[in-house]
Design a protein around this ligand. Structure first.
Ligand SMILES: [Zn+2]
Length: 288
């Protein structure tokens, strides 16, 4: 399994279009962080014609998101009334709302990628309602993926936060962590991770985050791959870095519950997910 955005042979097209929904287009319906999916084993969504009866009067709220191959996806945040109507039969037999975490562990991957990427866009549109400078109601830009203030013209673009994932290694060993319960709901082993801050290069972010989380210095940074991680509106930059000097860990107990060195052959088999973190640990385990 590749990372979540690696959907070949499918192709992702994210160019913005100012266009209206057609019957055969997919409508991704969200409600308070959940997404409407089909009642079936594999992830599936609904074409607009299947939902039309319930949602056609909301059509001006739908927003074109992207296409995968020839299939066009629109997004919409369902209001409370429509959300409740999906819970009535016969709809209950056809579809259900699920938290977007389901896209981390389901198939097919291109649909999971569509669900979570649409989720990021939908969250952004939900947040961009009024101008943050003059409080006027924003309108959609005609040709770009942006919201614009009709009064002061200020433009707002989707929020994408740069973040590093760092695999600190020393010979045959790699440093793994677990998040503290108050810091993240993610319970499996992870790598050092953190957001870039104002005025620093991404390499500097690597060094600062490793120092903050485990009190270690690193050298010989090697960029591995990046990943759009829409669950948290981030763009991840994965680095391998070698330990520089002292190996004794001083853990940041606010962020982490556990941090330690693991030998290559001791690494658990659990690293089979769609995240960059998982792929980097797997790559190290398998010897590259
Ligand atoms: Zn304004």
């Amino acid at each position: 399994m590749g990372m979540i955005q690696e959907i070949a042979p499918h192709q992702f097209h994210n160019e913005y279009q100012n266009t209206n929904i057609k019957k055969e287009d997919i409508l991704l319906v969200y409600h308070e962080g959940m997404c409407l999916i089909r009642q079936q084993e594999e992830i599936g969504f609904f074409a607009y014609e299947e939902l039309e009866e319930l949602v056609s009067h909301k059509q001006d709220q739908f927003c074109y998101a992207f296409a995968i191959d020839e299939e066009r996806y629109f997004i919409w945040e369902a209001d409370e009334k429509t959300y409740r109507s999906f819970k009535d039969s016969p709809w209950r037999e056809k579809g259900r709302f699920e938290k977007q975490q389901i896209f981390r562990r389901s198939a097919p991957q291109y649909r999971c990628f569509a669900g979570v990427t649409g989720g990021q866009l939908n969250r952004w549109y939900q947040n961009e309602v009024f101008c943050s400078r003059c409080q006027t109601k924003l309108v959609r830009h005609k040709t770009e993926r942006a919201m614009q203030c009709p009064a002061c013209q200020k433009l707002r673009y989707p929020v994408i936060s740069p973040c590093v994932i760092v695999a600190v290694t020393q010979g045959e060993r790699i440093l793994l962590t677990r998040y503290a319960s108050g810091h993240s709901t993610y319970k499996k082993y992870a790598l050092i991770a953190g957001f870039a801050e104002i005025g620093e290069s991404i390499e500097k972010t690597v060094q600062r985050e490793v120092m903050e989380e485990v009190g270690l210095k690193v050298k010989n940074l090697r960029f591995y791959k990046s990943q759009p991680w829409s669950f948290t509106d981030t763009l991840l930059f994965g680095f391998f870095a070698e330990l520089d000097g002292e190996e004794e860990i001083t853990m940041d107990e606010k962020e982490l519950s556990e941090a330690g060195w693991f030998l290559r052959e001791e690494l658990p088999e659990e690293f089979d997910g769609v995240s960059l973190t998982n792929e980097m640990i797997r790559v190290f385990r398998d010897g590259s």
